[in-house]
Design a protein around this ligand. Structure first.
Ligand code: SF4
Length: 292
């Protein structure tokens, strides 16, 4: 059986930068607190933990003083920076530049909407760290929509500014834009003050086409991703849409021998938070289990 690893899969530049910041800090200080998982990939997190990284949550952060804390690529709301200030914590800020730009844009939209009695809408996953960071820019007033079906929470008598979490599907975001425009018209607000911003990160959306092609060309797809990864879920659904023999796993232990019965070509791919070393290990494990 032929096994190919998708060369377009693996860490995006935002994650690479955050991991480099962790490694550099651990090299210099030997210990570092990271607020939340640095990537949604438990294998990579445990590699960094072995080097001295400690993952903490916001509650634990409140109890720390005079320490170094890393903010990961997803970014944080203003309240986190405030807490760091109060507890004299030094922040190593690895917020991805794309997320940082989006946070600024959402803040600007929020201030404008405040003046116009309007609303900020975020297309994203409720409770996701990036979305929490973004709603924080709006004093937690933004409306978060995760599915097109949730559109009725929008007040169509008011102006709106719409943004997308960076890892959302571009095509679903565009459908949402069309749906909102249509709803404004249906409710009699043809001239509504509605502006949308395409803030989907191209590190993810550009992968959609090549991944689709990759999934189509193989008999079986092994998609490697942490369960908590938003872009992992989006990209896995793309594989599934063209190849029903697609399986999502987080480590080599999840592999099942029966998936490879009558399979000639297996493709191994992953999310923007999947390390290349892990995909290599999994390809090796597939070779072993299919030999016997
Ligand atoms: S997916 Fe895009 S926005 Fe998110 S961390 Fe990677 S580069 Fe940054």
């Amino acid at each position: 059986m032929e096994i190919t690893i998708d060369q377009n899969s693996g860490f995006c530049f935002g994650v690479v930068h955050a991991i480099e910041a962790v490694e550099k800090s651990l090299h210099n200080q030997g210990q570092l607190y990271c607020l939340g998982d640095i990537v949604h990939n438990s294998e990579e997190v445990s590699r960094l933990k072995k080097m001295g990284m400690k993952v903490i949550d916001k509650e634990t952060m409140k109890t720390l003083y005079n320490q170094n804390i890393l903010i990961r690529a997803h970014g944080e709301p203003p309240s986190t920076y405030q807490l760091a200030k109060e507890n004299n914590l030094s922040i190593i800020d690895a917020t991805c530049t794309v997320v940082l730009k989006l946070q600024k844009s959402v803040r600007k939209g929020f201030l404008e909407m405040k003046q116009k009695n309007g609303q900020v809408i975020l297309f994203g996953k409720k409770g996701h760290a990036e979305v929490i960071g973004l709603t924080g820019q709006t004093e937690n007033t933004a409306i978060v929509i995760s599915e097109l079906e949730e559109i009725d929470v929008v007040d169509f008598s008011k102006p709106s500014r719409l943004y997308a979490q960076t890892t959302q599907s571009l095509s679903t975001f565009k459908s949402l834009v069309e749906l909102i425009k249509q709803k404004y018209i249906e409710q009699g607000y043809e001239d509504a003050d509605f502006i949308w911003y395409d803030t989907v990160c191209r590190q993810v959306s550009n992968r959609e086409y090549s991944l689709k092609q990759f999934a189509y060309e193989h008999d079986v797809i092994i998609f490697v991703s942490g369960e908590k990864s938003s872009n992992g879920l989006v990209l896995f659904q793309i594989c599934q849409s063209v190849n029903k023999h697609s399986h999502m796993i987080s480590s080599a232990n999840d592999l099942q021998k029966e998936w490879f019965i009558n399979c000639r070509k297996t493709g191994v791919c992953g999310a923007t938070s999947t390390p290349m070393w892990l995909m290599n290990n999994i390809a090796e494990k597939i070779k072993i289990i299919t030999l016997h």
